[in-house]
Design a protein around this ligand. Structure first.
Ligand code: 2HA
Ligand code: ZN
Length: 267
């Protein structure tokens, strides 16, 4: 198996092992490097299925993506990659895509493909093309936390920064939050892609999270860190919080690790 596919499959199953992918919950897309697409070219069908896109993907025209399948289970990805994931190439005009490999038995890419592709476009533009991974998961603690606050990025980011010392270093921009919306459509895709320009991750209230990063480790690590902080917060809150990391300590921390903490969220 090609290394990029092995790494992708490992991330799918790691998320399942964390308990973030009940049933068909969650999805993962990866924008392939040219050499990675080339290493997989021998797998590509000569008669690809073509699909239309409900969004304008011209900013990522001709890019290759690995994607999970709609209705497919992360749990099953290592057992039968060719049925549960696939490789697609966006058309040169950005209006559709070809399914080049995988997604066998008539499967389609994830229902959240519009969100994934618009998020890729946003993150590519704010990271000078570094971002390659968009990941959607349903971790229990960050989702539970979204019931305890107003959908406000400052409130959420402060809670997370205060709940684990490393957080302000891992995501100094903070974490965005989108109030409840119908999943799977272009409206939620557009709203998420606006927020993800500012933050590397966006919580979907009462649903889960979208995380982004340059590679699988960075993206998985980001979501893992956010979820762990949410777990610590909920445990501390139920035990009774009597003190926390101060804003001055957050500033000192950012200085010590040379990161630019989002000052708008400090008091
Ligand atoms: O794949 O997680 O948001 C199912 C979902 C939709
Ligand atoms: Zn979901």
């Amino acid at each position: 198996m090609e290394k990029v596919l092995e790494d992708y499959i490992r991330m799918c199953y790691d998320g399942f092992l964390q308990g973030w992918h009940e049933r068909n919950g969650g999805n993962l897309t990866y924008r392939m490097k040219a050499e990675e697409a080339e290493s997989c070219a021998h797998l590509f069908t000569s008669s690809p299925r073509h699909m239309e896109l409900p969004i304008d993907a011209s900013a990522i025209a001709s890019e290759y993506f690995i994607t999970t399948g709609s209705g497919r289970y992360m749990r099953n990805v290592p057992l039968a990659p060719e049925k549960n994931i696939g490789i697609i190439r966006i058309d040169s005009d950005g209006k559709g895509y070809d399914i080049l490999w995988g997604l066998e038995d008539g499967a389609k890419p994830t229902s959240e493909l519009p969100s994934h592709l618009l998020n890729h476009i946003s993150r590519m533009s704010v990271t000078d093309g570094r971002c390659r991974v968009i990941y959607h998961a349903h971790p229990a603690n960050i989702t539970a936390l979204s019931y305890t606050i107003e959908p406000d990025a400052k409130t959420l980011s402060r809670i997370l920064w205060q709940s684990e010392t490393e957080c302000a270093v891992v995501f100094p921009e903070g974490v965005g939050i989108l109030d409840w919306m119908i999943p799977g459509g272009t409206d939620i895709a557009e709203e998420t892609s606006k927020l993800i320009r500012k933050y590397p991750a966006v919580v979907w209230a009462f649903h889960g999270i979208f995380g982004s990063g340059a590679d699988f480790d960075e993206t998985f690590g980001l979501v893992h860190t956010i979820e762990k902080a949410a777990e610590i917060y909920l445990k501390a809150k139920s035990a009774g919080i009597i003190r926390t990391i101060t804003d001055d300590q957050l500033r000192v921390l950012a200085g010590a690790f040379s990161v630019k903490i989002n000052e708008e969220f400090l008091n």
